[in-house]
Ligand binder design. Structure first.
Ligand SMILES: NC(=O)c1ccc[n+]([C@@H]2O[C@H](COP(=O)([O-])OP(=O)(O)OC[C@H]3O[C@@H](n4cnc5c(N)ncnc54)[C@H](OP(=O)(O)O)[C@@H]3O)[C@@H](O)[C@H]2O)c1
Length: 246
Protein backbone atom coordinates (compact mmCIF):
# COMPACT_ATOMS: atom_id res chain seq x y z
CA UNK A 1 0.00 0.00 0.00
CA UNK A 2 1.23 3.54 -0.85
CA UNK A 3 2.48 5.42 2.20
CA UNK A 4 4.40 8.33 0.75
CA UNK A 5 6.67 10.79 2.51
CA UNK A 6 5.63 13.74 4.66
CA UNK A 7 7.35 17.12 5.04
CA UNK A 8 6.68 19.71 7.74
CA UNK A 9 7.99 23.23 7.06
CA UNK A 10 8.24 25.46 10.13
CA UNK A 11 8.77 22.36 12.24
CA UNK A 12 10.17 24.22 15.25
CA UNK A 13 6.99 26.10 16.16
CA UNK A 14 4.30 25.04 18.61
CA UNK A 15 2.03 23.51 15.97
CA UNK A 16 4.86 22.30 13.70
CA UNK A 17 6.56 20.31 16.47
CA UNK A 18 3.32 18.54 17.39
CA UNK A 19 2.56 17.82 13.76
CA UNK A 20 5.95 16.17 13.26
CA UNK A 21 5.36 14.04 16.36
CA UNK A 22 1.87 12.91 15.29
CA UNK A 23 2.95 12.14 11.72
CA UNK A 24 5.94 10.15 12.97
CA UNK A 25 3.90 8.23 15.56
CA UNK A 26 1.13 7.44 13.06
CA UNK A 27 3.45 5.13 11.10
CA UNK A 28 1.53 6.17 7.99
CA UNK A 29 4.51 7.73 6.19
CA UNK A 30 7.61 6.20 4.67
CA UNK A 31 9.77 9.08 5.95
CA UNK A 32 8.92 12.22 7.91
CA UNK A 33 11.05 15.26 7.05
CA UNK A 34 11.08 18.36 9.26
CA UNK A 35 12.61 21.70 8.28
CA UNK A 36 12.93 25.08 10.01
CA UNK A 37 15.53 27.64 10.95
CA UNK A 38 15.73 26.40 14.54
CA UNK A 39 15.89 22.70 15.30
CA UNK A 40 13.95 21.28 18.28
CA UNK A 41 15.85 20.81 21.55
CA UNK A 42 14.74 17.15 21.70
CA UNK A 43 14.59 15.78 18.16
CA UNK A 44 12.61 12.58 17.57
CA UNK A 45 14.52 9.51 16.51
CA UNK A 46 13.61 8.50 12.97
CA UNK A 47 12.59 11.99 11.83
CA UNK A 48 14.84 13.58 9.17
CA UNK A 49 15.50 17.11 10.47
CA UNK A 50 17.10 19.86 8.45
CA UNK A 51 17.87 23.43 9.35
CA UNK A 52 17.62 26.18 6.75
CA UNK A 53 16.58 29.79 6.46
CA UNK A 54 13.59 30.04 4.12
CA UNK A 55 14.64 33.62 3.33
CA UNK A 56 17.14 32.05 0.90
CA UNK A 57 15.25 30.83 -2.13
CA UNK A 58 18.36 28.99 -3.31
CA UNK A 59 18.54 26.97 -0.08
CA UNK A 60 14.85 26.04 -0.34
CA UNK A 61 15.30 24.98 -3.98
CA UNK A 62 18.44 22.93 -3.19
CA UNK A 63 16.77 21.17 -0.27
CA UNK A 64 13.69 20.24 -2.34
CA UNK A 65 15.93 19.03 -5.15
CA UNK A 66 17.77 16.80 -2.67
CA UNK A 67 14.46 15.34 -1.47
CA UNK A 68 13.43 14.74 -5.08
CA UNK A 69 16.69 12.89 -5.72
CA UNK A 70 16.24 10.68 -2.64
CA UNK A 71 13.02 9.62 -4.35
CA UNK A 72 9.53 8.54 -3.34
CA UNK A 73 6.42 10.64 -3.86
CA UNK A 74 5.30 12.85 -0.98
CA UNK A 75 1.70 12.37 0.09
CA UNK A 76 1.70 15.33 2.50
CA UNK A 77 3.49 18.66 2.84
CA UNK A 78 2.43 21.12 5.54
CA UNK A 79 3.76 24.66 5.86
CA UNK A 80 3.45 26.03 9.40
CA UNK A 81 5.53 29.17 8.89
CA UNK A 82 3.83 32.27 10.22
CA UNK A 83 4.14 35.25 12.56
CA UNK A 84 1.71 37.58 14.32
CA UNK A 85 4.21 39.51 16.45
CA UNK A 86 7.96 39.73 16.57
CA UNK A 87 10.97 41.74 17.55
CA UNK A 88 12.36 43.47 14.46
CA UNK A 89 16.04 43.84 13.45
CA UNK A 90 16.46 47.11 15.36
CA UNK A 91 14.83 45.53 18.43
CA UNK A 92 11.55 47.21 17.62
CA UNK A 93 8.58 45.15 18.75
CA UNK A 94 5.98 44.37 16.12
CA UNK A 95 2.49 43.91 17.48
CA UNK A 96 -0.59 43.70 15.22
CA UNK A 97 -1.85 47.14 14.18
CA UNK A 98 -5.00 48.36 15.94
CA UNK A 99 -5.64 51.44 13.80
CA UNK A 100 -4.55 53.13 10.57
CA UNK A 101 -1.91 55.22 12.38
CA UNK A 102 -0.11 52.01 13.39
CA UNK A 103 0.62 50.97 9.81
CA UNK A 104 4.36 50.99 9.07
CA UNK A 105 6.21 49.96 5.97
CA UNK A 106 8.76 47.74 7.74
CA UNK A 107 6.11 45.92 9.75
CA UNK A 108 3.83 45.36 6.73
CA UNK A 109 6.76 44.04 4.79
CA UNK A 110 7.60 41.66 7.67
CA UNK A 111 4.05 40.23 7.72
CA UNK A 112 3.85 39.85 3.96
CA UNK A 113 7.25 38.18 3.80
CA UNK A 114 6.69 35.74 6.66
CA UNK A 115 3.07 34.83 6.03
CA UNK A 116 2.82 34.95 2.24
CA UNK A 117 6.14 35.24 0.41
CA UNK A 118 8.07 32.52 2.25
CA UNK A 119 5.14 30.06 1.95
CA UNK A 120 4.94 30.93 -1.78
CA UNK A 121 8.60 30.04 -2.27
CA UNK A 122 7.94 26.67 -0.64
CA UNK A 123 4.78 26.23 -2.72
CA UNK A 124 6.80 26.68 -5.89
CA UNK A 125 9.47 24.19 -4.81
CA UNK A 126 7.44 21.37 -3.25
CA UNK A 127 5.10 20.84 -6.21
CA UNK A 128 7.58 18.43 -7.77
CA UNK A 129 7.64 16.35 -4.57
CA UNK A 130 3.84 16.02 -4.44
CA UNK A 131 3.15 15.53 -8.12
CA UNK A 132 2.67 11.89 -9.09
CA UNK A 133 0.28 9.01 -9.57
CA UNK A 134 -0.93 8.97 -5.94
CA UNK A 135 -3.17 11.58 -4.25
CA UNK A 136 -1.28 14.18 -2.21
CA UNK A 137 -2.13 17.10 0.06
CA UNK A 138 -0.44 20.48 0.41
CA UNK A 139 -1.57 22.31 3.54
CA UNK A 140 -0.78 25.88 4.57
CA UNK A 141 -1.54 27.19 8.01
CA UNK A 142 -3.55 30.29 7.23
CA UNK A 143 -6.07 31.93 9.60
CA UNK A 144 -9.74 32.83 9.62
CA UNK A 145 -8.75 36.50 9.89
CA UNK A 146 -7.42 36.18 6.32
CA UNK A 147 -10.99 35.87 5.08
CA UNK A 148 -12.03 39.11 3.37
CA UNK A 149 -15.74 38.36 3.53
CA UNK A 150 -15.64 37.28 7.18
CA UNK A 151 -13.85 40.46 8.36
CA UNK A 152 -16.26 42.36 10.59
CA UNK A 153 -13.81 43.57 13.25
CA UNK A 154 -10.99 45.16 11.21
CA UNK A 155 -7.53 45.80 12.70
CA UNK A 156 -4.49 43.51 12.40
CA UNK A 157 -3.88 45.03 8.95
CA UNK A 158 -0.63 43.30 8.13
CA UNK A 159 -1.47 39.85 9.51
CA UNK A 160 -4.91 39.81 7.88
CA UNK A 161 -3.63 41.08 4.54
CA UNK A 162 -0.74 38.61 4.49
CA UNK A 163 -3.01 35.64 5.20
CA UNK A 164 -5.44 36.88 2.48
CA UNK A 165 -2.46 37.05 0.13
CA UNK A 166 -1.51 33.50 1.12
CA UNK A 167 -5.06 32.38 0.36
CA UNK A 168 -4.90 33.94 -3.10
CA UNK A 169 -1.59 32.21 -3.82
CA UNK A 170 -3.19 28.90 -2.79
CA UNK A 171 -6.20 29.56 -5.03
CA UNK A 172 -4.00 30.32 -8.06
CA UNK A 173 -1.85 27.25 -7.40
CA UNK A 174 -4.85 24.90 -7.25
CA UNK A 175 -6.02 26.19 -10.64
CA UNK A 176 -2.59 25.57 -12.11
CA UNK A 177 -2.29 22.14 -10.47
CA UNK A 178 -5.64 21.16 -11.96
CA UNK A 179 -3.87 21.46 -15.32
CA UNK A 180 -0.44 20.02 -14.56
CA UNK A 181 -0.48 18.11 -11.24
CA UNK A 182 -4.04 16.85 -10.89
CA UNK A 183 -3.28 14.67 -7.87
CA UNK A 184 -2.48 17.62 -5.53
CA UNK A 185 -5.15 19.01 -3.18
CA UNK A 186 -4.40 22.42 -1.68
CA UNK A 187 -5.73 23.35 1.74
CA UNK A 188 -5.72 26.60 3.67
CA UNK A 189 -6.25 25.67 7.32
CA UNK A 190 -7.41 27.73 10.29
CA UNK A 191 -6.34 25.90 13.45
CA UNK A 192 -8.46 27.89 15.92
CA UNK A 193 -6.67 29.81 18.66
CA UNK A 194 -3.90 27.50 19.76
CA UNK A 195 -1.67 27.67 22.81
CA UNK A 196 1.69 28.62 21.25
CA UNK A 197 4.15 31.53 21.35
CA UNK A 198 2.24 33.13 18.48
CA UNK A 199 -1.00 33.50 20.43
CA UNK A 200 0.60 34.15 23.85
CA UNK A 201 -0.02 37.92 24.04
CA UNK A 202 -3.73 37.40 23.23
CA UNK A 203 -4.57 34.27 25.20
CA UNK A 204 -6.14 36.08 28.15
CA UNK A 205 -8.91 37.35 25.85
CA UNK A 206 -9.83 33.90 24.54
CA UNK A 207 -13.16 32.56 25.90
CA UNK A 208 -12.85 29.55 28.17
CA UNK A 209 -12.64 26.28 26.26
CA UNK A 210 -11.60 28.04 23.04
CA UNK A 211 -7.83 27.97 23.54
CA UNK A 212 -6.85 24.69 21.91
CA UNK A 213 -3.84 22.51 22.54
CA UNK A 214 -1.51 21.87 19.60
CA UNK A 215 -2.41 18.17 19.86
CA UNK A 216 -6.11 18.94 19.39
CA UNK A 217 -5.78 21.09 16.29
CA UNK A 218 -3.27 18.75 14.64
CA UNK A 219 -5.51 15.73 15.34
CA UNK A 220 -8.43 17.60 13.78
CA UNK A 221 -6.38 18.51 10.71
CA UNK A 222 -5.19 14.95 10.14
CA UNK A 223 -8.75 13.61 10.49
CA UNK A 224 -10.26 16.15 8.08
CA UNK A 225 -7.82 16.21 5.16
CA UNK A 226 -8.02 12.61 3.87
CA UNK A 227 -11.56 13.29 2.57
CA UNK A 228 -10.65 16.44 0.62
CA UNK A 229 -10.23 16.15 -3.15
CA UNK A 230 -8.45 18.33 -5.74
CA UNK A 231 -11.51 18.69 -7.99
CA UNK A 232 -13.30 20.94 -5.49
CA UNK A 233 -10.12 22.53 -4.11
CA UNK A 234 -8.62 24.62 -2.81
CA UNK A 235 -10.25 24.10 0.57
CA UNK A 236 -10.33 26.94 3.11
CA UNK A 237 -11.43 25.18 6.27
CA UNK A 238 -11.28 25.47 10.02
CA UNK A 239 -10.44 22.98 12.77
CA UNK A 240 -13.99 21.58 12.63
CA UNK A 241 -13.74 20.98 8.90
CA UNK A 242 -16.19 23.83 8.29
CA UNK A 243 -15.73 25.85 5.12
CA UNK A 244 -14.56 29.48 5.64
CA UNK A 245 -15.70 32.02 3.01
CA UNK A 246 -12.70 33.43 1.10
N1 LIG B 1 -1.41 29.71 17.31
C1 LIG B 1 -2.57 30.20 16.85
O1 LIG B 1 -3.49 30.55 17.62
C2 LIG B 1 -2.80 30.34 15.37
C3 LIG B 1 -4.06 30.80 14.92
C4 LIG B 1 -4.28 30.92 13.56
C5 LIG B 1 -3.27 30.59 12.67
N2 LIG B 1 -2.08 30.16 13.12
C6 LIG B 1 -1.02 29.86 12.14
O2 LIG B 1 -0.44 28.59 12.40
C7 LIG B 1 0.94 28.57 11.99
C8 LIG B 1 1.83 28.02 13.10
O3 LIG B 1 1.79 28.91 14.19
P1 LIG B 1 2.25 28.54 15.68
O4 LIG B 1 1.12 28.92 16.55
O5 LIG B 1 2.81 27.15 15.76
O6 LIG B 1 3.39 29.63 15.87
P2 LIG B 1 4.87 29.55 16.44
O7 LIG B 1 4.96 28.58 17.54
O8 LIG B 1 5.29 30.95 16.68
O9 LIG B 1 5.69 28.94 15.18
C9 LIG B 1 5.90 29.71 14.03
C10 LIG B 1 6.76 28.95 13.03
O10 LIG B 1 7.01 29.84 11.94
C11 LIG B 1 8.39 29.82 11.65
N3 LIG B 1 8.83 31.15 11.24
C12 LIG B 1 8.51 32.34 11.78
N4 LIG B 1 9.11 33.34 11.14
C13 LIG B 1 9.82 32.77 10.17
C14 LIG B 1 10.67 33.27 9.16
N5 LIG B 1 10.90 34.58 9.00
N6 LIG B 1 11.26 32.39 8.34
C15 LIG B 1 11.03 31.08 8.47
N7 LIG B 1 10.24 30.54 9.40
C16 LIG B 1 9.65 31.38 10.24
C17 LIG B 1 9.10 29.40 12.92
O11 LIG B 1 10.24 28.62 12.57
P3 LIG B 1 11.76 29.07 12.78
O12 LIG B 1 11.73 30.40 13.48
O13 LIG B 1 12.46 28.00 13.53
O14 LIG B 1 12.28 29.11 11.41
C18 LIG B 1 8.08 28.49 13.57
O15 LIG B 1 8.30 27.16 13.14
C19 LIG B 1 1.26 30.03 11.56
O16 LIG B 1 1.17 30.14 10.16
C20 LIG B 1 0.14 30.85 12.21
O17 LIG B 1 -0.13 32.04 11.51
C21 LIG B 1 -1.81 30.01 14.45
Amino acid sequence: MFKGNALVIGASGGIGKTLVKQLHESGKYEHVYAVSRNLPASPLEGVQYYSLDSESEDLVAEYCQQLKQIGGQFSLVVCCIGALHSTGDDNQKFMPEKRLEDIQKEQLSFYLTTNAILPAIWLKNVEKLLKGPEPSKLVFFSARVGSISDNSLGGWYGYRASKSALNMLIKCAQIECQRRAKNITLISYHPGTVETELSKPFQSKVPSGKLFSTDFTVTQLLQIIPNLTPEDGPHYIDWQGNVIPW
